[in-house]
Design a protein around this ligand. Structure first.
Ligand SMILES: N[C@@H](CCC(=O)N[C@@H](CS)C(=O)NCC(=O)O)C(=O)O
Length: 226
């Protein structure tokens, strides 16, 4: 198989990069990653060398190039069918695809008001009150997925549909935001949040984020959604 390279943004900020990176980790495949620091003068130029959209993430696999986080997750599900990146059951898969697409296209107020900043806790700065409805909707999605599908997983795995899926990848940055902004949910959601945060690849990403040197002054009001 051709080598896979994933071009991503700074691990502390780039929620869109985190998503396919986690799915790629879930496949167990070897891959190279190239981190392009965000918020630098040459960021756009550096991204455009690799990405036709001028955004990260972008995945290169031989002469195939895939951009847009959800399209990359779909591509990984196709080339690694055994990884189970979409649930096997058709009803579960339909729900997983719907919530992944909703995360990709929606929750604009949540992303705008709670930018990902993995290395720092901001409970006092939390603007969660401005996005109560979207937070409640996320919690409802997690509860539905866990109770209808995840809880029935024969291996008892703790993710939305049992085994880690592309839907978990799409919601993982939201989990990290809820932790750093001090959003408190019910026990079921709380257990799910811990399962994501404690998952080894998530810890690996978080540890790398703490090592990044190009960290910008954090300004919640001016931080572009990422
Ligand atoms: N819809 C895109 C969003 C990608 C995106 O906004 N990426 C940000 C980093 S998180 C980016 O490349 N920003 C750099 C820029 O716009 O110059 C996806 O799902 O991949």
């Amino acid at each position: 198989m051709n080598e896979i390279t994933l071009y991503i943004g700074s691990k502390n900020y780039s929620s869109w990069s985190l998503r396919p990176w986690l799915s790629l980790k879930a496949t167990g495949a070897a891959f190279s990653e190239v981190v392009i620091p965000l918020y630098q003068q040459d960021t756009k130029t550096n991204i455009l060398i690799h990405s036709p959209s001028g955004k990260v993430p972008v995945l290169a696999h031989g002469d195939i190039l895939v951009w847009e986080s959800l399209a990359i997750c779909e591509y990984l599900a196709e080339i690694f069918p055994k990884a189970g990146l979409w649930p096997a059951d058709i009803a579960a898969r339909a729900y997983a695809r719907a919530i992944a697409a909703e995360m990709h296209a929606g929750f604009a107020r949540l992303r705008e008001n709670m930018p990902m900043d993995i290395i720092r806790d901001h409970p006092a700065l939390s603007r969660a009150h401005l996005v109560k409805d979207e937070i409640a909707h996320v919690a409802d999605i997690w509860r539905t997925a866990r109770t209808r599908f995840g809880a029935k997983d024969k291996d008892g795995q703790p993710f939305l549909f049992g085994r880690f899926s592309n839907a978990d990848a799409m919601f993982a940055p939201v989990v990290m935001r809820f932790f750093t902004y001090g959003v408190v949910l019910d026990d079921l959601c709380n257990d799910y949040m811990h399962a994501i945060r404690d998952w080894a690849p998530m810890q690996e990403w978080r540890a790398a984020a703490t090592q990044e040197t190009m960290v910008k002054e954090f300004d919640i009001l001016r931080q572009p959604a990422c």
